[in-house]
Design a protein around this ligand. Structure first.
Ligand code: GLO
Ligand code: MG
Length: 366
């Protein structure tokens, strides 16, 4: 299987601003980013419709920009694997998009998503991914969390109906996140999203896009989160990056933090032969200049390939094989009743050794 690497246009277009400091890089043109990604090892990209089409553009302008993007995609040999919408930046969405307490804002959010779905369709995106960054709260007294879920449900149902009505070959996904920019977000983990999807009118059309950073922000094991999505047949996409646990959203370079977690995520995707695009949602550091942005792109892809190679080595290592065979043998040998009564047979669990082998393989000393 040929791996597809993808980046959000917003990652490369990110200008290095943070809550305490102004941008450190000049703006990049989205078309330039599309060809730049292709030139630096990506076969695909994701975007918010607004990354390409400024909000408020007239239809003719939208069509011109889409036409230019498609031309650029054909020339560069790169495709669009997911579209989304920025329903979080503008002040009108300050208290939520789909969950807002104002009906007119909820209508606006649905209209924004629906228009972005049309853009995604015109760009050939098979997935519309929703990260409702403002769909949360700081003041719990302001909204019942049950009402929030019902509003999210109504919104997702309407968007799924929009896709079905137009006959688009497009699926929907939820990208969960525990917090930030809101104090708490309602669709906070893969588990929450999966339970929520089961309540929708067309659950088959909706899946999840776990992000490593978001799982780590919640103190969760990202490989376990992704496993839940795979187990449920709902892994529609993935956002790869790095993140120190229990902090603000850092979106570090893939491989830039939690090496072992990254290894086990790659191992899961590779072992399961997951066919989807390996999509990066990491941000070049604020200290990076315009040229360095492309090193960052190549760094993320290279980190994935190196980890995939480590996975291959792990899977082919003789001692690892022996240890795993030993572990599997315990599963078939049922202890005789007398032994069980005396307590379980004493076993050397050898997990320390196994863990050290992972370490050695990762460090390149094996
Ligand atoms: C922010 C999210 C965001 C989404 C994007 C998807 O924390 O990771 O970048 O991935 O809006 O459309
Ligand atoms: Mg993301």
């Amino acid at each position: 299987m040929k791996r597809v690497f993808s980046f959000g246009l917003w990652t490369v277009m990110n200008r290095g601003a943070d809550p305490f400091g102004a941008p450190t890089r000049s703006p990049l043109d989205p078309l330039q980013v599309i060809s730049g990604l292709a030139a630096h090892g990506a076969q695909a990209f994701e975007l918010h419709a607004e990354d390409l089409i400024p909000p408020g553009s007239l239809l003719a302008e939208r069509d011109r920009l889409i036409h230019e993007a498609r031309q650029r995609m054909d020339d560069a040999g790169i495709r669009c694997v997911a579209c989304g919408s920025d329903v979080f930046s503008e002040p009108i969405f300050k208290d939520g998009g789909l969950v807002s307490n104002e009906a007119r804002v909820r209508r606006l959010a649905i209209a924004r998503y629906a228009a972005a779905i049309d853009v995604g369709h015109l760009l050939g995106a098979p997935l519309f991914n929703i990260w409702g960054g403002r769909d949360g709260a700081e003041v719990d007294a302001s909204r019942s969390p049950i009402d929030a879920l019902k509003r999210l449900r109504d919104g997702f149902n309407e968007l799924a109906a929009h896709i079905a009505r137009h006959g688009y070959a497009m699926r929907l996904s939820i990208e969960p996140k525990p917090n930030e920019p809101r104090g708490d977000l309602y669709l906070s983990t893969v588990g929450h999203a999966l339970a929520f999807i089961a309540t929708l009118d067309q659950p088959d059309r909706v899946g999840v896009v776990p992000e490593l950073a978001h799982a780590a922000m919640a103190g969760l094991n990202p490989a376990h989160e992704i496993a839940h999505a795979l187990y449920a047949g709902k892994l529609f996409g993935i956002h790869l990056n790095g993140q120190r646990p229990l902090r603000f959203d850092q979106d570090l370079r893939f491989g830039g933090a939690n090496l072992k977690d990254s290894f086990f995520v790659v191992k899961l995707l590779e072992d399961e032969d997951w066919p989807g695009p390996r999509s990066f949602d990491a941000h070049p550091y604020r200290t990076t200049d315009e040229q360095g942005v492309w090193d960052f792109v190549q760094g993320c892809i290279s980190a994935y390939k190196i980890l995939a190679e480590k996975v291959r080595r792990f899977n082919e290592d003789l001692e690892v094989h022996q240890l795993l065979a030993e572990i599997r043998s315990w599963d078939v040998s049922v202890p005789p009743v007398e032994t069980a009564a005396e307590g379980s047979p004493r076993r050397a669990f050898l997990y320390d050794r196994l863990d050290h082998l992972v370490f050695e393989i990762l460090m390149g000393t094996r």
